[in-house]
Structure formats: structure tokens, C-alpha cells
Design a protein around this ligand. Structure first.
Ligand code: ATP
Ligand code: MG
Length: 554
């Protein structure tokens, strides 16, 4: 494991600690069981940090298990992306990677075992009839007319289901438990259904496939899982999980525990919805930097450390809660504030010409890569007669409190001189296209008037040396904190990305894919890992320096 132990406890850590202390378990085994029908998202990160974190901190192990019981929705692209995301987050399954489909033979034999004990039967009711017969929370269910078939008949029918003799949907295998149980999950749940489709992992061997509820606990038992941790919606399934373990000759008895899933504002996390965003072209793919997927967050510039720190801060409990997107953003800000070197970049350039600065002269200044970390070194930046400044940093007629550049006012160009605006050039429409200035040659660092104070300091980039580059200004994907209901897409944020051609310090020309940097006064940015080319980086905005969403009115 490459990650550090956590120092934050929770009820599951307490349980594990107890179990080790009391000798109930000598070592603990957990698992992270994604269904390979989509990319992992930030909610999965909570589960990964919990399961792999427990194994790490208590000297156990955590398995990565693909829960691939449904052959039709799964793709190898998803399997690869899941492996990549778990590793990227900093966790290692240490050779313990499994597929639920590895256990299909064993599960099949156990199904025959239940049949032979009179505890499972083949039912010919349609899916709709089964639903009708199940009853409601207030009314008991009705027994299927096929519920009392003989063991021999059931075995024969089940084997013929396996051989592919019957059409899809015509028969299922059900556990024979209790149609009057107050727990709907125990009203003879379906164990196997007929699907005439090959399986991406085990090929075309099967015409019947186990349901999640039948496969999951037995997979845990086969792997020797001690603590099978899932989200709260499976709490009502726990009696069924235990029923199968009680009634089968399993080698080991795992226990299921539940915790509350992560809900995040300004995001959707269901894979069905994420897939819809991809299919409808609302985003450029599962790894679009606006997606809450781990691959999306990675491209956006999130560090694994920031996501692990987020998971640690939100904690693990059993009550439903919503977490503010602002907290996730704050976690990456804090991490990048420490590690990202600083650079100057002008996102919306406005040319500034210094009339009293010689045409062919170039000054070189030394700039700190991090204001609080001298160990991160310095870099040389070039200054010349023409520089770019941010359009926003200039107002012809300044409003009250505007301390940046304005006609007749002075401002400091960061790491360089104080300049004073003397004139502006406008286009036919009256827009300012250039500002004219004079500079005070004594005001650079080390100069005789270096300490002269002006109210504002702005960033800039030398026009002659600047690197023009594509910069994508990402923002939240949704404009509403809770995108829900049928029209959950209606609150997609129409300004979730703006693409600009920015002027960057030339030193950024060779930024490696995934290199992270703070553009001073703007935010944290990351060289896109897919679209950057040698000498031509593309930058994604990870997050602005301050949270602009928490202000009232936005
Ligand atoms: P979806 O409902 O979006 O399809 P899922 O829960 O079916 O998600 P799985 O691939 O089955 O997704 O999940 C793998 C593991 O991750 C499960 O143990 C599940 O409980 C956990 N998990 C999924 N979403 C969250 C979440 N939002 N918060 C915490 N854990 C989650
Ligand atoms: Mg699922």
C-alpha cells in the first residue's frame, strides 16, 4: 500500500478492532465489489478508502471483486478503468482480483443443493406475475402454483434451463423461503434467470445467470471475507444474505455491515444517470473533467491525496447525509496550495504597452515558485515593452474600491515594475483594445524604489515571450445543488466550461501531462492528460482560488 494509515475512527473500525481483540478473527479480509457497468465515481472512493483502508490499518487484505453477474451491461472498458482508478487512488489489491463469475460453477452446484433440500424451486410465472404474487408491505404474498414441485422435477427443469432449452423469461429458479415474511426480500427471491447471452468473462458456457443476492454472500464466503461492507440500501437484504449462508455448506461465514452512501451536492452519482450524460453528449465522456468519476476528477486535476482526505473528513456513519461540493473543492485547494508551483497566466489578454520602455530591451526577474516554500526554488521571467494583462484588471473609469489598473492610476506588475496608465486605444465599437502606460524604472525588486507602495498588484505575461495555449475553465456541471426528479438534466450548468486561448509564461511550454500549477490570482490548473502535446499543453482549471458558489445570489 502506498497510502498512510488514517487516524480517524468510525463504527466499522471499532467493530474490526473488537473482532481482532476478542480473537473472533485473526486477520480481516474486506472486498470492494464494483459492478463493471460504468466508471467509478467519488461515491465509490468512499467505499474504496473504507475497505482498503481497514485492510491496510489492521494488517489484513482487501479484494477487488468484479460483480459481473449480469452479462449484458458489462464491458471490458469498464473493468480496465476500474482497475486504473483503484490504483490511482493509491490502493493495491495485491493479486487478489476476482470475478463473481469465477464462482458460477460453485454457485450452480449450491443451487442444486438447495433444490435437493426442498429449498429452491423452478417457477414458470412471468416476471409480472411474480411481482403481483409477491404482495405488498401490508399484505402477505401468494404462493406460486409451482412452489410444490418435487425435487426431481425441479432438478430436471433447472438442468434444462442450464442447457438452454427454455426461452428467456419463461422460467426462474427461486429460493423457497416464506411468502408471508414481513421482509419482502425473503418472499421466495429469484436466484437464477435465463439469459441467452455470452458472458464477457466466462464466454458462452451459461444460459442462466445468478442474481446479485444469490451470488454476493457466497462469493464473500468463498473468498473468506470477514467483513462484507456495503451501503445501507442492502440492510433489508441482510436476512437473505444470511439465509443463503445458513442453508448452504459454505466454507466460511462472512458478516454484512452497512454504512450510508455519499451524496454530493451539484452532482449526480447513479451510473445510469452518468451513462445518460455520456450517451446524450452532455459531456465528452466518462472521463470528462466535469464528471464526478475518478477518471474525470483526475483529468480535472484532483490529486489522489485530496480525494482520500475528503473521504477521511466526511467520515463513515449510518445516517443519510448530503455533503457539500464545496468541501471536495476545498480539499483539492488545500492540497494544491501546498504542492503546486506558481506561474503567471493571462486568461483573457489585454495588451499593455509601456511607452517609456525601450523597444528591444528585455529584463529578467527572479520569481518565487511558491511564496511560502523557498525550497521550491525560483524561476526567471522575462519582461519587455509589451505585456498582457487580464481584461478584468483594467477599468477605464474605476468603480469605488477598484485598486487595479485604471486611466491615470498606478499598479504593480507582479515581480516587476510599477506602471501608470496614460491612455487607452479603442476599436470602432468603443472597446478598449490596448492600454498605454509608463513605468517607474526604480521599482523592481532590488531597485532604489522597490519598496514604493501602490494599492494593487496584478499578474502579466511578456507579449514577446508568451505561450498561447488552450485553457478550459471548468465549473460545476449542475447549477442546482440537488439535480433530481425526471428533469434532473434541466439544471445542467450552461457555463460548466469555457474555452479560452490564454497567454502563459513560456516555462509552461513543456508541462507534462497531469502537471499541476497555480495560475496566480486565478486558481489551480492541470495539464490535460489526453489532449496536451509536447510543446503545446492544454490546461484544465481544477478549481478557482476561492469558492464563488457559497456567496448568496449565485
Ligand atoms: P449505482 O447505483 O450508481 O449503479 P452501485 O452501488 O450499484 O451504484 P456498484 O458498482 O455496485 O455501484 O458499487 C460498488 C461498491 O461501491 C458497493 O459496495 C457500493 O455500496 C459502493 N458505492 C456505490 N456508490 C456509493 C456511494 N455513493 N457512496 C458510498 N459507496 C458507494
Ligand atoms: Mg450495483
Amino acid at each position: 500500500m502506498t497510502t498512510e494509515p488514517t487516524h480517524v475512527t468510525n463504527f466499522l473500525r471499532n467493530i474490526v478492532e473488537e473482532d481482532l481483540k476478542s480473537g473472533k478473527h485473526k486477520t480481516i479480509v474486506t472486498r470492494f465489489p464494483p459492478e463493471p457497468n460504468g466508471y467509478l465515481h467519488i461515491g465509490h472512493a468512499k467505499s474504496i478508502c473504507l475497505n482498503f483502508g481497514l485492510a491496510r490499518d489492521f494488517g489484513g487484505r482487501c479484494h477487488l471483486r468484479f460483480d459481473d453477474t449480469n452479462p449484458v451491461k458489462e464491458e471490458t472498458e469498464y473493468i480496465e478503468s476500474i482497475k486504473e482508478s483503484v490504483s490511482w487512488l493509491g490502493f493495491d489489491w495485491g493479486g487478489h482480483m476476482y470475478y463473481a463469475s469465477d464462482y458460477f460453477d460453485q454457485l450452480y452446484m449450491w443451487a442444486e443443493h438447495l433444490i435437493s433440500q426442498g429449498k429452491a424451486y423452478v417457477d414458470d410465472l412471468t416476471a409480472e406475475q411474480i411481482r403481483e404474487y409477491r404482495g405488498t408491505l401490508t399484505e402477505p404474498g401468494k404462493e406460486s402454483p409451482h412452489r410444490n414441485r418435487s425435487v426431481e422435477e425441479n432438478l430436471d427443469l433447472f438442468r434444462r434451463m442450464r442447457e438452454g432449452e427454455f426461452p428467456e423469461g419463461s422460467k426462474v429458479l427461486r429460493a423457497r423461503i416464506d411468502m408471508a415474511s414481513p421482509n419482502m426480500n425473503l418472499r421466495d427471491p429469484v436466484m437464477y434467470r435465463i439469459i441467452h447471452a455470452p458472458h464477457p468473462h466466462v464466454g458462452d458456457k451459461w444460459r442462466i445467470y445468478p442474481m446479485y443476492d444469490y451470488a454476493h454472500g457466497q462469493s464473500d464466503a468463498i473468498e473468506g471475507i470477514t467483513h462484507s461492507i456495503c451501503t445501507l440500501e442492502f440492510e433489508d437484504h441482510r436476512p437473505l444474505y444470511e439465509w443463503f449462508l445458513e442453508n448452504l455448506p459454505v466454507p466460511h461465514k462472512p458478516r454484512q455491515y452497512e454504512f450510508s452512501r455519499l451524496n454530493l451536492t451539484y452532482a449526480v452519482m447513479s451510473k445510469r444517470k452518468l451513462l445518460q450524460l455520456v450517451q446524450d453528449g452532455d459531456v465528452a465522456g466518462w472521463d470528462d473533467p466535469r464528471m464526478p468519476t475518478l477518471m474525470g476528477l483526475r483529468r480535472r486535476g484532483y490529486t489522489p491525496e485530496s480525494i482520500r482526505s475528503f473521504c477521511e473528513r466526511i467520515g463513515v456513519g449510518r445516517s443519510d447525509s448530503w455533503i457539500e461540493m464545496g468541501l471536495l473543492e476545498e480539499c483539492v485547494r488545500e492540497d494544491l496550495n501546498e504542492r503546486a508551483p506558481r506561474a503567471m497566466a493571462v486568461l483573457r489578454p489585454l495588451k499593455l504597452v509601456i511607452e517609456n520602455y525601450p523597444e528591444d530591451r528585455v529584463d529578467e526577474f527572479e520569481a518565487a515558485n511558491h511564496p511560502q516554500k523557498p525550497e521550491m526554488g525560483t524561476r526567471k521571467i522575462s519582461f519587455c515593452r509589451e505585456v498582457y494583462i487580464e481584461q478584468d484588471d483594467f477599468m477605464e473609469e474605476p468603480v469605488k474600491g477598484f485598486h487595479r489598473l485604471a486611466l491615470g492610476q498606478e499598479v504593480r506588475l507582479r515581480n516587476a515594475y510599477i506602471v501608470k496608465c496614460t491612455d487607452v486605444v479603442k476599436d470602432a465599437a468603443g472597446n478598449v483594445t490596448e492600454v498605454r502606460c509608463t513605468y517607474d524604472p526604480d521599482t523592481h525588486t532590488g531597485g532604489p524604489a522597490a519598496g514604493r507602495k501602490v494599492k494593487g498588484t496584478i499578474h502579466w505575461v511578456s507579449a514577446r515571450h508568451a505561450l498561447a495555449a488552450e485553457v478550459r475553465l471548468y465549473d460545476r456541471l449542475f447549477a442546482d445543488p440537488n439535480p433530481s426528479g425526471d428533469d434532473w438534466k434541466s439544471c445542467l450548468n450552461s457555463k460548466s466550461v469555457e474555452v479560452v486561448t490564454a497567454m502563459l509564461e513560456p516555462g509552461l511550454r513543456n508541462a507534462a501531462p497531469e502537471e499541476r500549477v497555480q495560475f496566480e490570482r486565478q486558481g489551480y490548473f492541470c495539464a490535460d492528460m489526453k489532449d496536451s502535446r509536447p510543446g503545446a499543453p492544454v490546461f484544465n482549471r481544477t478549481v478557482t482560488l476561492r469558492d464563488s458558489w457559497s456567496k448568496p445570489g449565485k
